[in-house]
Design a protein around this ligand. Structure first.
Ligand code: NAD
Length: 467
């Protein structure tokens, strides 16, 4: 019997089945997780449909109060949620606390927004107003790298706009999301937010479910394509936040000692399992050796271990499949370049890998061209800035990118040339709730966060009257 429950129609219920969630640091079970059946997904959708008329007509100020109460509840349970997040996801406790706190902050941010009707005409000829209405039942599908913060990209925005929801975390990291459901259960009217868990099969059912009107999906590009195809028949709205292969371009005027730690953090936070991690570093030839040496020093000094242990900087890879994939990218690095730090599994229990730096590698290697999504970083030499931007752009992805230089005017111009949803200058992976976030090319469709992200959870309605 699991300690965790699904939230369907305002009630905490057992799953049709249950299976363990493993701690990636120990490979031991954290807890049994309830797993919903297709029939329970149907119940969740029916409950969300039943709750829609009242919730969509609830004044927005009341909906804001619910979001604030949810934020308060998340914060009040920060320690428990963070500990659970570390146990199932692997990240260090401090980072898990940051994620939980961030999730609460995102609920508060959306509670500060409005969706006012816009009058565009009111004269002797007529009156026209543009309104933002809810879409209906939203299906939210979340991956395993940031279960709570990525949930908080979706839930408060969808609910503020007057939609009701079915939320599904990833099969390997469901527990903190189920705990969140338990914490907020009595703060939200029954059926407005339903939370189910699966082993990995209900996402596809959600995308084609006739009762769901929009899918908000975060995860890999390959699965994102399946989401779009699954949503096509019912012409559901989709927002897809997908993979990335962010390039960081390091110009000759930076000080390697000062810049390397920033690049290192951008690449290795969450053990590289970040959609907007810096995943390929293009360094000018004049500082290439110095930059590689600094990065290798940082990698050698990094403390990798169980996220619950004090002093751990980097946790394990979240799951076995991804762990094996990352080891494959390390082998590609060994074949196509030179490993100057890390390069192997750490220990024989838990999915640990020491941060790995690969130099003397270039475009065309699988480690450079694909998304490694783990702690192995290729460092590539360039001689001409325009060429570096062209190589950064020669990717199917276009999520983020960064330029590092003291010449901020030049950086501003170069940044505009980059084919990505966000370009940072002298920083990387800086997400803010008020800034729209989305990918170019195969990194996604649509945006989340900011007013733009909120609007994606609405249907435009024009009222037009002749006088
Ligand atoms: P994934 O696509 O395997 O799984 C993500 C979610 O999709 C899980 O909840 C899973 O159960 C569900 N799912 C699986 N098959 C499905 C299907 N056919 N239809 C609908 N849903 C389905 O992705 P992942 O491996 O868990 O996550 C890693 C990827 O996510 C990386 O590529 C990373 O870059 C990307 N990511 C992107 C962002 C972003 O905002 N752009 C953020 C975080 C992660």
């Amino acid at each position: 019997m699991s300690d965790y429950k699904l939230l369907i129609g305002g009630r905490l219920v057992a799953g049709a089945s249950a299976s363990p969630v493993l701690n990636p640091a120990t490979e031991e079970p954290v807890a049994d997780c309830p797993r919903a059946s297709k029939a329970q997904l149907d119940e969740a959708v029916t409950a969300a449909q039943a709750a829609l008329p009242a919730w969509s007509k609830t004044p927005i100020d009341e909906r804001k109060k619910v979001l604030v109460a949810m934020a308060d509840a998340i914060q009040a349970n920060l320690q428990d949620l963070a500990r659970l997040l570390t146990q199932e996801q692997g990240k260090p406790l401090q980072a898990a606390m940051g994620e939980v706190f961030g999730a609460a902050a995102f609920f508060r941010y959306f509670a500060s927004l409005d969706l006012p009707a816009k009058e565009v005409q009111n004269d002797e000829k007529g009156r026209v107003e543009i309104r933002r209405k809810p879409i209906g039942v939203v299906g939210a599908i979340v991956p395993w790298n940031f279960p709570l913060i990525l949930m908080a990209f979706k839930v408060p925005a969808a609910l503020l706009a007057g939609n009701t929801m079915v939320l599904k975390p990833a099969g390997t990291t469901p527990l903190s999301t189920l705990k969140f459901a338990e914490i907020v259960k009595d703060l939200v009217p029954a059926g407005v937010l339903n939370v189910i868990a699966d082993e990995n099969e209900l996402g596809a059912e959600m995308t084609k479910h006739p009762g769901i009107r929009k899918i908000s999906y975060t995860g890999s590009t390959e699965t994102g394509k399946r989401v779009m195809a699954g949503a096509a028949d019912a012409l559901k709205r989709v927002t897809l936040e997908l993979g990335g292969n962010d390039a960081a371009i390091v110009m000759p005027d930076v000080d390697p000692k000062e810049t390397a730690p920033k690049i290192f953090n951008a690449a290795f936070q969450n053990s590289g399992q970040v959609c907007i991690a810096a995943k390929r570093i293009y360094v000018h030839e004049s500082i290439y050796d110095a930059m590689c040496d600094e990065l290798a020093k940082l990698a050698d000094a990094a403390v990798v271990g169980d996220g619950l242990e004090q002093g751990t900087q980097f946790g394990p890879i979240q799951n076995k499949a991804q762990f094996e994939k990352v080891l494959g990218y390390i082998e590609a690095g060994r074949k196509d370049g030179k490993i100057i730090a890390g390069g192997a599994r750490k220990g024989d229990k838990g999915y640990f890998i020491q941060p790995t730096i690969v130099r003397d590698i270039t475009d065309g290697s699988k480690l450079v061209d694909e998304e490694q999504f783990g702690p192995v970083l290729p460092v590539i030499k360039f001689s001409d800035a325009g060429d570096a931007v062209a190589r950064a752009n020669a990717s199917i992805y276009g999520l983020g990118g960064s330029i590092w230089t003291k010449d901020t005017d030049k950086a501003w111009d170069l940044a505009g040339e980059m084919e990505s949803g966000t370009v940072w200058i002298n920083k990387h992976a800086d997400l803010q709730p008020h800034l729209p976030f989305g990918g170019a090319k195969l990194s996604g469709v649509g945006t989340e966060l900011g007013e733009e992200g909120l609007k994606e959870f609405t249907q435009v309605q024009v009222l037009s009257m002749a006088l």
